[in-house]
Every structure is written in C-alpha cells, then in structure tokens.
Write a protein that binds this ligand. Structure first.
Ligand SMILES: *Cc1c(COP(=O)(O)O)cnc(C)c1O
Length: 389
C-alpha cells in the first residue's frame, strides 16, 4: 500500500461494528461486560474504540507495532520519559522544542532523570556525551527554528551498539515524509497538534513503539498515568490524517517557491531551508525524508524590521504553532525562545531579526505578494506624522 492510500485505508480502516466509513465518536467512558472479565473494552482510560482506531492508524503509518494517543504533544513526551527512572541519563538534541527543554530541566530533573543537550548533527559529540547511565538518545530533525538536520540512521547505529533507545520527535516531517522506525528508531512521537491535525483545531500527542515490548511498557504508562486523548479529538485527528498527503505535497510546493523568493530578496539576509543544496543538512535530509517540509526561517536586519514585517503581513497569521492550513509567522527571539538568555540565543544562531514561517495552503501567489509588500523598505514614520505635530 502506498502512503496516500495508507493514510485513508490504514489502521482499522472502517468501523468494525457498524461499517461506518468514518469511525464514530464513541463518547463512552465505560462498557458493559458480558460477564466479569468478559469484555472487548473495559474503561476508556484503558481503551476506547475511537482512540484505538487512531492509535492503530498512527502505528500503521509510522510502521511501528503499537500507537498511543495523548491529550497533547507534551503529555506524549512525558509518557515516553516515564519509561526511565531516577539515575538514568538521556541525551537530547540541543535545540529541542522549548516545552521539551522545560519539562526535562524543570520537572523530570526533580525526579532524578539527568539530561545532556548535545548538537546531535555532530556524531562525535553524541558519542562523547554517552555516560555509563545513559539510556536513550532523543532527537528532533529538522529542528526548530533553524532546521538543523540529524542523521537518524547514523545515530541509530550508535544507539544499537550501545544498547540505548532512540527516540525521535517527528512532528516537523510527519510520517508522510519521514518514518524514523524504518531508519532504526525505537520510539517515534508527535505533537499531533501540528501537521497531523493540520487545521488548528485540536491539541494532541501521539507515540509509536517499534516493538511489542516497548508497546506494552508504554500502554502500562498510558493507563497508569492517564493522559489519554478524548474520543472527539481522536476523531478530529483521524479526519486530519486522511488529507495529510495532499496537504504535505501542496505545502512542499508552496514552501519551495517562498524559500527561493526570500533567498533573492534584498531585505532578507539569511534563509534557513533544508531544501536548499547549500543547507548543511541537505543531503542527509534528502536521504532520510521524502520532502523538506513547510518551515522556513530567515533573518532581516533587525528586530524592528522583523516586527514591522509581522505588522504588515495579511495572510501570515501572527501565532505560535505550525503545520496548519493557514500560514503562520513568528519571531522566535520574542516568542517561542524568549526564555533563553540573549547571549545563549545568539550562540544558537537565533538572532533578533530571525523570522519563522509555517507555510500553509493559501495560493502561493497571494503569499508571495503578501511577503513582498511587507518586506518593502521600511519608511520611517516621520513622513506620515500629521502636520500639526
Ligand atoms: C508543539 C511541539 C511539541 C509540543 O506539543 P503540544 O501538542 O503543543 O503539547 C513538541 N515537539 C515539537 C517539535 C513541537 O513543535
């Protein structure tokens, strides 16, 4: 089965009880037992047919053994980290999602889970960071906002040799473009709030285990700690996933055009887009993923200029998040990465004038015109002051 077909016919396909082509929302918390212990579903934290259909679908499209749906991406990440114990050490990509950094350094540190943040694009640095108590390597590729690329297969070689788990946050690429389990990952996770949902209307997280053993452990944690996704949101996600292929293809085409436009624009200094041959991770990404995705970051001269751009755009909505039908725009230094001290931010390459866009499904000509107008030389306001001042 090809990818676009699997997005529609994968998992359980249609409702096994009624034949409904759209899996119904089983808005039920408990289920009648035919006798004590004789049941298909027991209690909806443990299992609900709508959620289970979504979990089977994501396991199928990621090529894993078992899937799990959570109330947010952070709840999914939390459940995965709960596989570990006090005294364990994890290695994480140094520019992981801000919420992942926060939960590791402000919550799980209190439970004795140690972490090192490492530039995982550099395999020597990854190997040197491994300690006797290291249990896993957790990567994001491409990263946010600079779209750095880590070689999944090369890291999986290290994790297999050293008997560690490889965990991949696949939010940016989605399983339509990249399936980390096929490259050696043990666990894949998502903020399904982004491309999988795709319509800015649901917050959700998904986890896929590559094998039954990890699947069993994750189900135990999901059922014990209870951060499950409700049936209505599970249904919304399945609905979103059906169009993931067409959305990702269209976003890919729009993004290429916009990245080239930005690269040639005189007001734009640098453009970060893995689809460019000059991007340091271009070849690795090309070998491990089918598309470059819908994220572009670029720098303009100053924070003032970036703020001016945000004010002028009409179709790029100023908002956090990404991966939806509408194009979004943000300034990482003032928004998602504001909590990082400026000096550290600059070290990471997150300049004051860095702008991040998530390309949506609008007509690309409108998007180009919008950006073009907004990037026109900023004329000082003095000229527009009323005469009496
Ligand atoms: C948004 C995001 C998360 C967190 O997901 P939520 O659904 O917001 O809890 C984790 N990882 C990445 C890469 C994200 O973009």
């Amino acid at each position: 089965m090809k990818k676009k077909t699997r997005l529609i016919h994968g998992g359980v396909g249609r409702d096994p009880y009624t034949g409904a082509v759209s899996i119904p929302i089983y808005q039920a918390s408990t289920f009648k037992q035919d006798g004590v212990g004789n049941f298909k579903y027991e209690y909806a934290r443990t299992g609900n047919p709508t959620r289970e259909a979504l979990e089977k679908l994501i396991a199928d499209i990621e090529g894993g053994s078992r899937g799990f749906a959570f109330g947010s991406g952070m709840a999914a990440i939390t459940a995965v980290v709960q596989l570990f114990s006090a005294g364990d050490h994890l290695i994480l990509t140094d520019d992981v999602y801000g919420g992942t950094f926060r939960v590791m350094t402000k919550v799980f540190n209190r439970f004795g889970v140690d972490v090192s943040f490492v530039d995982t694009t550099d395999l020597d640095k990854v190997e040197r960071a491994i300690l006797p108590n290291t249990k896993a390597i957790y990567i994001e590729t491409p990263t946010n906002p600079l779209l750095k690329i880590t070689d999944i297969q090369a890291v999986s070689k290290i994790t297999k040799e050293q008997d560690l788990l490889l965990i991949v946050d696949n939010t940016f690429s989605t399983p339509y473009w990249q399936t980390p389990i096929s490259l050696g990952a043990d666990i894949v996770l998502h903020s399904a709030t982004k491309y999988l949902g795709g319509h800015s209307d649901v917050v959700a997280g998904l986890v896929v285990a590559a094998n039954d053993k990890l699947g069993g452990e994750l189900h135990f944690i999901q059922n014990s700690t209870g951060g499950v996704l409700g049936p209505q949101d599970s249904w919304l996600l399945m609905r979103g996933i059906k169009t993931l292929g067409v959305r990702m293809e269209e976003i890919e085409a729009n993004t290429r055009v916009i990245a080239s436009f930005l690269a040639e624009h005189p007001s734009v200094e640098k453009v970060y887009y893995p689809g460019f041959e000059e991007h340091p991770g271009h070849t690795i990404h090309k070998n491990q993923a089918g598309g470059f995705g819908g994220m572009i970051s670029f720098t303009v001269e100053s924070e003032e200029k970036a703020l001016d751009l945000l004010k002028k755009v009409q179709y790029f909505t100023l908002a956090e998040s990404l991966g939806a039908v509408e194009s979004l725009i943000s300034i990482p230094a003032l928004m998602t990465h504001a909590s990082i001290p400026r000096e550290r931010r600059l070290e990471l390459g997150i300049e004051d004038g860095l702008v991040r866009i998530s390309v949506g499904l609008e007509d690309v000509e409108d998007l180009l015109e919008d950006l073009g107008k907004a990037l026109e030389q900023h004329t000082p306001n003095i000229l527009k002051k009323p005469a009496h001042i």
